[in-house]
Design a protein around this ligand. Structure first.
Ligand code: LLP
Length: 450
């Protein structure tokens, strides 16, 4: 029994401080000191669905989607499904007036099963197979973004009616070569696998080939400058370069492209002090850049499209873990081992990502200690958070919540060590609803052909 159990009033006297920029919009502490999201105590979710579990706040997701539509008026918003996609999530996005971008047959099937209108689906991928292109054409997806010349031939071979396409290009440029974050997620530059370069005429050659196939309808250009972009200015620079490229295509081929898709990559904060991309700033930068670039090139204003993923799904999600052990290594760190790790959150190892963690089943008002939250996998680097403050009285059985795990967690989970992938549970108005069930050992064995 803790002091708080005996004297619940102290929990009220010292309310938890949870950073609203990081935790889902509906997060609060109840009178028992339990962390609640969507009016559901997280400890109830852990009891019912066990741990680890991904929890997603439907209200947070929908309000971010709504905020995009309200702030970026006249801009088409396509939700990047790679960040988090289930049939329910696809439905939320389309009910909020967003299209959905997909980059595999699997994501396409989920978006369609979630009721997204095919015309609102954008198909991406740097290595689409002829089969995937056929499925996209068959489904009637609204836009296919071409990433290489071979795709042009594949697509021309399977399209049965006019198929709108965009060409993905790399605008390159000093302003975003140094976008903070891991190089693995910086994509708007030439020396990486995505898109066709604007310089060296690669994009122009692709445009010429597309135009040679009357069944392919070249409607515009696409670019994606990277991930976790905190400053709006690089998007303005991208627009200027892209409009110049569209003007070049007009000059060389006599066609006017009417759509400019500038991808996603809008940053969110994971720990206090992290910067986020300000959507109000973005609105101003996009508007000004478009006006200026179109005036400079005497080019008619195209429809602008953005593809945020993380900025819509990231903060809606938290991951719940049970503490398995607390171990102070003599002369070393104190390790809090939990029942998940790199299989449900590979981002720490991949990108050195940092996370905000809190005790979720009770409110501890005692002193704090500096700990490393470690995973359960057979890998020394399997950590969730390093050098963070958690209560000294933390013990096995306690519940931890990790913030900002809505994007690229469920979608990047693995079965390392034959660990089953967690369920995804949506919360809203006091109700918890499983969107994806926990994987079972039977699921794992079902794929093993013996
Ligand atoms: N559009 C395109 C064409 C993309 O490639 C991406 C992300 C997005 C939109 C959405 O980006 P967002 O707004 O979510 O940043 N696994 C990495 C992120 C890789 C993103 C790849 N492309 C991570 O966990 O940070």
């Amino acid at each position: 029994m803790t002091l708080l159990d005996m004297l619940p009033s102290i929990g009220r006297a010292a309310p938890r401080r949870l950073n609203p920029a990081i935790w889902p919009v509906t997060t609060h502490s109840d009178e028992q000191g339990r962390l609640c999201i969507g009016d559901v105590p997280l400890s109830d979710i852990a009891d019912e669905f066990h741990t680890p579990t991904y929890v997603i706040d439907e209200t947070d997701f929908r309000s971010r989607a709504r905020c995009y539509r309200k702030t970026l008026r006249g801009v088409e918003i396509i939700y990047a499904g790679k960040s988090l996609l289930t049939t329910a999530v696809a439905r939320w996005a389309s009910e909020e007036g967003l299209g959905v971008d997909v980059c595999s047959s699997g994501e396409l099937a989920v978006a369609l099963a979630g009721g997204v209108r095919p015309a609102r689906i954008v198909m991406h991928g740097n290595a689409k197979s002829p089969e995937e292109l056929r499925e996209a054409v068959h489904a009637g997806v609204g836009r296919i973004v071409l990433d290489s010349c071979i795709e042009i031939a594949y697509l021309a071979g399977c399209a049965r009616k006019s198929q709108p396409v965009l060409i993905r290009v790399t605008p390159d440029g000093p302003t975003w070569q140094d976008v903070p974050g891991h190089r693995a997620i910086t994509t708007g530059i030439s020396d990486q696998k995505f898109g066709l370069t604007l310089h060296g005429d690669r994009a122009d050659v692709a445009a010429q080939r597309v135009l040679a196939h009357p069944i392919l309808d070249l409607v515009g250009l696409h670019c994606h400058i990277g991930s976790q972009v905190t400053d709006a200015a690089p998007y303005g620079e991208a627009i200027r370069r892209m409009i110049a490229a569209m003007a070049d295509i007009r000059a060389r081929h006599g066609v006017i492209l009417t759509e400019l898709n500038i991808g996603g990559g809008h940053a969110i904060p994971y720990v206090p002090g992290d910067r986020e991309l300000d959507i109000d700033d973005l609105a101003v930068v996009l508007e000004d850049a478009l006006d200026e670039a179109c005036a400079a090139e005497h080019f008619p204003r195209p429809t602008l499209v953005v593809e945020p993923g993380r900025a819509i799904s990231g903060r809606a999600g938290v991951t719940l873990y049970r503490v398995c052990s607390v171990k102070k290594q003599p002369g070393g760190r104190t390790f809090v081992a939990v029942d998940g790790g790199m299989s449900d959150n590979p981002r720490v190892l991949l990108y050195g990502a940092q996370y905000t963690v809190t005790l979720a089943n009770r409110h501890s008002v005692g002193p704090k200690q500096r700990v490393t939250v470690a995973g359960r996998h057979c890998e020394a680097g399997d950590e969730i958070a390093r050098d963070i403050e958690l209560p000294v009285d933390l013990h096995p059985g306690d519940l931890l919540a990790v913030a900002c795990t809505g994007a690229y967690h469920h979608s990047m989970a693995s079965n390392y060590n034959m660990v089953c992938r967690p369920p995804l549970v949506a919360v809203k108005d006091g109700r918890a609803r499983q969107l994806v069930r926990r994987e079972t050992v039977a699921d794992l064995l079902a794929r093993d052909c013996g």
